[in-house]
Design a protein around this ligand. Structure first.
Ligand SMILES: Cc1cc2nc3c(=O)[nH]c(=O)nc-3n(C[C@H](O)[C@H](O)[C@H](O)COP(=O)(O)OP(=O)(O)OC[C@H]3O[C@@H](n4cnc5c(N)ncnc54)[C@H](O)[C@@H]3O)c2cc1C
Length: 476
């Protein structure tokens, strides 16, 4: 039996970051991972391959607009070579997963290849059996960290067959550009793929059960995205319930009840089911150990301790006691891994403030947001002040030819505190970093106004939105 201070199950962005942080703090660490590569959902099926595809979509857009940019030599039919797209995307994924292997070697972390099962009866030390691959028993002297992540899930009435009714796992590998694709769900995954396939040339139809696209975002952001999607030829049905999806040959027959009471029938090459992801705990035998669970997720406290001593859990597989919703995001899993590792190593660390988690959606136009939406701020009883500034006024946006979108600041009138910042448009996924720091430092709107924003940048919109929140933007 091999002994370590910490044994992590799962090498996603939660597990591998927890392992590195624990090793940096002097602990001996092993990570059990059943996939052939390290990095989990984010690196292999999620953030990285999807954003690589989006960069291809962007490259295609620039070439399509070659004439406007004065680029010569790009005349003739412009298309996309999916074999080349996948080869480049796979090279990026491969390079990054190898990078995690390098970091493991650098930090003397053992990668145990195989599938883990929790054995023993909880408590410290805990034991894990690896029952496939490198079969063996591992003992964790201090703690086991469960970081087994999530997997796609469907909704009642829609059975994923992974051929025509597919998930994001298949969508990242489609060998050809579909003539048509329907997307079920308009969260980040749904709208990102809608943007990719539309730019590649597919007919795209989105079905969203809730009354608006990207329902977790501020309502103004949803409205702007709907407007932009419409302009770009993406059909969106909100308040629509898909009741039937059947694969017939090389297509899917879809039926949906629309918001206006009518029924819509649609035949598409594929139906991409993007209705969220469920926790992965099968085979771990956590039920036998009596870990407290909620709707399949492992319940943890603010320091990621489960109800069983010696077992922690982080990332997509958890629900945090006292928090309304736990965001399934790579950077959240990593931040949790760092907190858990520091606590296990006896370092002083602090709970995460989930109100300060930035969210990025890389659709076209892209979205960055952090903190409370206007509605949430009002529901929490704040006397709210709003400042909005459109990107279209900015020199930098005009130069880039990307004038859609805005920055919207939600602030509290009483103390002038910035409560949330919501943006849609060029570079929003980068600009949200400033907003995140502002929330972290409990900044006021006044402080954002006094922060000098370089010119010409998209970031000027943040300063201008702050001015707007105090009465008037300079350039409006
Ligand atoms: C299409 C898509 C796009 C996304 N884009 C973004 C984005 O742009 N930004 C962002 O922040 N997030 C994004 N996400 C979400 C992000 O990928 C996840 O939040 C993140 O990967 C969660 O990390 P994790 O470590 O909790 O779990 P995972 O990454 O799911 O890792 C869990 C690992 O555990 C392993 N495992 C499971 N059970 C066992 C077992 N019994 N034994 C051994 N190994 C096991 C799995 O093989 C897996 O490697 C995206 C997700 C998808 C699907």
């Amino acid at each position: 039996m091999k002994e370590y201070d910490v044994v992590v199950i799962g090498a996603g962005t939660g597990g591998y970051v927890a392992a590195i942080r624990a090793a940096q703090l002097g602990l001996t660490v092993a990570v059990v991972e059943k996939q052939k590569a390290l990095g989990g959902t984010c690196l292999i099926w999620g953030c990285i391959p999807t954003k690589a595809l989006l960069e291809h979509a962007h490259a295609l857009k620039v070439v399509q607009q070659a004439k406007e940019w004065g680029v010569t030599g790009a005349q003739g039919p412009i298309g996309i070579d999916m074999a080349q797209v996948h080869a480049r995307k796979d090279r990026i994924v491969g390079g990054l997963t190898k990078g995690v292997e390098f970091l493991f070697r650098k930090n003397k972390i053992d990668w145990i290849k195989g599938t883990a099962r929790l054995t023993g009866n909880g408590g410290v030390p805990g034991t894990i059996d690896v029952f496939e691959g490198d079969k063996q028993t591992l003992r964790a002297r201090k703690e086991i960290i469960v970081a087994t992540g999530s997997a796609p899930r469907s909704v009642p009435g829609v059975t994923i067959d992974r051929k025509r009714i597919i998930t994001s796992d298949e969508a990242i590998h489609l060998p050809e550009v579909p003539k048509s694709i329907a997307v079920l769900g308009s969260g980040a995954v749904g709208v990102e793929f809608a943007s990719i396939f539309r730019r590649f040339g597919s007919d795209v139809t989105i079905f969203e059960l809730l009354p608006r696209l990207v329902p977790v975002e501020d309502e103004a952001v949803s409205a702007e995205l709907e407007k932009s999607f419409r302009k770009n030829g993406i059909t969106s049905h909100t308040g629509a319930k898909v009741t039937k999806a059947v694969t017939t040959g090389d297509a899917v027959e879809i039926e949906a009840h629309l918001a206006d009471g009518t029924t819509k029938s649609l035949r598409a090459d594929y139906l991409l089911v993007a209705t969220g992801r469920g926790p992965v705990t099968a085979g771990l035998e956590i039920e036998r150990l009596g870990l407290q669970m909620e709707k399949g997720y492992i319940t943890v406290d603010a320091m990621y301790r489960t109800s069983v001593p010696g077992i922690s859990a982080i990332g997509d597989v958890i629900t945090v006691r006292g928090e309304q919703a736990h965001p399934q995001l790579a950077h959240v899993s990593s931040a949790e891994g760092i907190v858990a590792a520091e606590r296990i190593a006896g370092r002083e660390t602090r709970p995460i403030n989930y109100d300060h988690v930035p969210g990025c959606t890389y659709c076209e136009p892209e979205i960055g947001s952090v903190g409370l939406t206007e509605r949430e701020a009002r529901e929490r009883g704040y006397d709210v002040r709003i400042g909005t500034f459109p990107f279209g006024v900015l020199a930098r946006a005009k130069m880039a030819g990307e004038i859609e979108g805005f920055v919207k600041i939600v602030a509290d009138k009483r103390y002038d505190e910035v409560l949330g910042v919501h943006m849609i448009g060029l570079r929003s996924t980068e600009l949200v970093a400033e907003a995140t720091l502002a929330l972290r430092l409990e900044s006021t709107v006044e402080e954002l106004i006094r922060t000098i924003h370089a010119h010409p940048t998209m970031a000027e919109a943040v300063g201008e939105a702050a001015h707007a929140a105090h009465g008037a933007a300079i350039h409006l």
